[in-house]
Design a protein around this ligand. Sequence first.
Ligand code: CTP
Length: 403
Amino acid sequence: MTSLSKKNIVLGVTGGIAAYKAVELASKLKKMGAAVHVIMTKGATSFVTERLFQEITGQAVVSDMWAKTEFHVEHIALAKLADLMIIAPATANILAKVSAGIADDMLTTTILATKAPIFYVPAMNTNMYENPVTQNNLDQLRKYGAHIIEPDSGYLACGVEGKGRFPTTDRIIAEISSFLKKGQTLTGRKILVTAGGTREALDPVRFLGNRSTGRMGYAIAAEAARRGADVYLVSGISELPCPDNVRRVFVESALQMREAVLREFDDADVVIKAAAVADYRPKMVAQQKIKKQEGELCLTLVRNPDILKELGERKKQQILMGFAAETENVENYAQDKMHRKNLDFIVANDVSAKDAGFGTDSNRIILFERTGGRTKYPLMEKEALAKCILDKIEMALEKRGNV
Ligand code: CTP
C-alpha cells in the first residue's frame, strides 16, 4: 500500500512545453495505485494528445466541457470524485484565471467546484514566472489554501537559464505523498460510529421515530475515514449517502442497533454514539395494520436497553463518547449522563435552539471530558464540528500512549 493507493487524482494538464512531462507523472501515479483522471486544456492538446493520456491512465480524458463522452464525465462529478488535484504543468495563464475565479473550460470549472486539496506545478519561462503578476497570483492561490510546488532552476526550453523548470516527477510525487500521509492520523484505529434515528414499529406501516437526520454522526464517520481510520457506521434512519471508505450497516430499531454495535465493539478503539435512540418501544407490535376505533387508543411502551450504558459497563480500551440532546439544564444533565454511563466524553447540545441540533446543518455544542475539560464551541457547521471532535479523540488516544 502506498499513500496513493486507491486515491482519485485529477491531473489538470495545461498548454506548456512541459505538458509531455505530465505523461510521465500520470504513469508514475498510476503505478503507485492511484486512479488518474486527466483533464486537458485546449492549449495542452496542442502539445500532447488525449489518446496518450487515455492509454497511460486507462481512464477517460476530458478536454471539451460540452463533449458527450461515453464515460459521462462532467465537471461536478470529477470535482466531487477527486481526493486531490494536481495542475501540472500550470501555465501563467491558468494561474491568472483560477486566482480570479474564472471558470470557462472543463479544468477551471472543476478547480472551482472541488473541495479537494489542489497542488499547482508552475512551469514557464523565467521572466513570466518572476513577473509580479504571476507571483501575486501564486500568493493569492496560497491564501485560498492551494499548494504550490516550486519549479526547479536550470536550462529552459526557451533557451534561457533560470527558475521555471518543471520539477522532477519524483519530487512532485514525494510532496503529494507526504501531504497525504500527514492527514492519516487515525490509521490503524477502529472507530465505531452510530448515527441517525431509530424507528420502533407499531404495526406493519406505522412507527415511533424522531427528527434525527444522521448528519452529525455521518460527518464524524467521514472525517474519521479521511484520517485513515477503519470506520464502522451503524446507521439508523438517514437519507445521507455513505461516506467514502466507511463500512455502513443499516438498522431500524434500538434492539437491532444494540446487536450491530455489540458485534463490532470488542476490538474498537473508539466508539462515538451520535444516534438518537428511542428510549421506549411499543410493548406489542401489531401483526396487521391497526384499525381506527371509537374513543382513545392507548399505547403501552416498554424500555429499550440503554446501549451506551451497556458499553460503558463493558468497556476496556475503548474511548467512549456519547451525545446528550437536552432542552433544559443542558450542562448538568449532560455531565450527569457522562458519569452515569461511564463515558470519556459527552457532547452536549441544546436541541431547543432553532439554529442547532436536530434537522439543521449546524450545531452549538459543549464537549465535556471525564478528566474535567470543558470546551464550548460557537455555532458551527456539523462537518467543522466533526473535525474538532476528532481532534479531541486523537488527543485522548495520544494520552493513552496508543498513538
Ligand atoms: N443512547 C443509547 N441507547 C438508548 C438511548 C440513548 O445508546 N437507549 C445514547 C445515545 O446514542 C446518546 C446518549 O445515549 O449518545 C444520550 O441519549 P439521550 O436520549 O439524550 O439520553 P438518555 O440517556 O436517554 O437520558 P434522558 O432520557 O434522561 O435524557
